[in-house]
Design a protein around this ligand. Sequence first.
Ligand SMILES: CC(C)(COP(=O)(O)OP(=O)(O)OC[C@H]1O[C@@H](n2cnc3c(N)ncnc32)[C@H](O)[C@@H]1OP(=O)(O)O)[C@@H](O)C(=O)NCCC(=O)NCCS
Length: 141
Amino acid sequence: MLRIRPFRLEDSDAVIGLWRECDLLRPWNDPQKDIERKLTVQPELFIVAENAEGAVIGSAMIGYEGHRGWVYYLAVKPACQGQGAGRALMHEAEALLLARGCPKIQLLVRAGNSQVVDFYERQGYEKSDVLMLGKRLIPDS
Ligand SMILES: CC(C)(COP(=O)(O)OP(=O)(O)OC[C@H]1O[C@@H](n2cnc3c(N)ncnc32)[C@H](O)[C@@H]1OP(=O)(O)O)[C@@H](O)C(=O)NCCC(=O)NCCS
């Protein structure tokens, strides 16, 4: 039985381990700092999936800035993939954003992770012809 619930501080190690297992960590993003920052902004939009034994097997970090909703760090433990947890996390992300009046969800897929695009398309997401630009304001390392 899968349960989606808000992240709790004591989930930190499990969540960082999950992100590592799912290859979502990058040297320029300190995952501990990412968690700490998220807990200062809409912490209720940081969710985890818990299995019947109470172990964290999935995560999604969600945000809404008044224009678009964003989903980051969507991850399901490899051993638990293909059982609907990813879909359940995205459904919950959509419900949380809709409840806040958010009109559209967007998300970024790293170049090199294009196999996940099929998963999102199955959930009704469409590719956009955009180029993302970024500028680091606080170096993590
Ligand atoms: C993407 C991810 C979260 C999907 O989680 P999951 O629990 O395996 O997904 P689900 O079991 O809920 O699958 C939902 C549907 O998508 C399909 N699906 C899942 N992964 C897929 C893939 N890689 N390619 C095609 N279809 C996929 C499933 O078959 C299922 O189809 P259905 O609706 O017809 O039953 C998981 O593969 C993952 O953690 N990947 C590594 C981290 C990552 O890349 N995150 C995204 C960063 S942008």
